[in-house]
Design a binder for this molecule. Structure first.
Ligand SMILES: [Zn+2]
Length: 117
């Protein structure tokens, strides 16, 4: 058994590091997975005991013609490391990472502290 690697301090605003350890090399906190690119906030739309969740990201988009904003949303597939407990309806922060599967290039970093559920 290799010694557990120390927790990386990713300094994600509004996200606490997970309390549990994990041995997953694809974990952004304990493994080798590097988060780069954008950080997004979203709501867990589907999470069914797999390592992947569907996150809904809501944002507002400015429509120039009408000089008004409209609400838009994206569904984003994100990898869930085993040390992070989430359930459907949770607000989470996801970070862009390398492509992990055909449609998965984001990873769940943790629940947002503000709001708490
Ligand atoms: Zn982990």
């Amino acid at each position: 058994m290799p010694a557990p690697k120390p927790l990386k301090n990713l300094k994600i605003p509004g996200v606490k590091p997970p309390e549990r350890m994990c041995e997953d090399p694809q974990c952004p906190w304990h493994g080798h997975l590097r988060v780069r690119g954008v950080l997004l906030e979203g709501v867990v739309e589907k999470y069914r005991a797999r390592k992947m969740a569907v996150i809904r990201h809501d944002y507002i988009y400015y429509v120039k013609k009408y000089k008004r904003y409209e609400r838009r949303s994206n569904l984003i597939h994100a990898y869930v490391p085993p040390c992070i407990d989430i359930k459907e309806g949770d607000k989470v922060v996801i970070g862009e990472t390398r492509p992990l599967a055909k449609t998965v290039k984001f990873v769940v970093l943790g629940k947002t502290e503000a709001g708490a559920g």
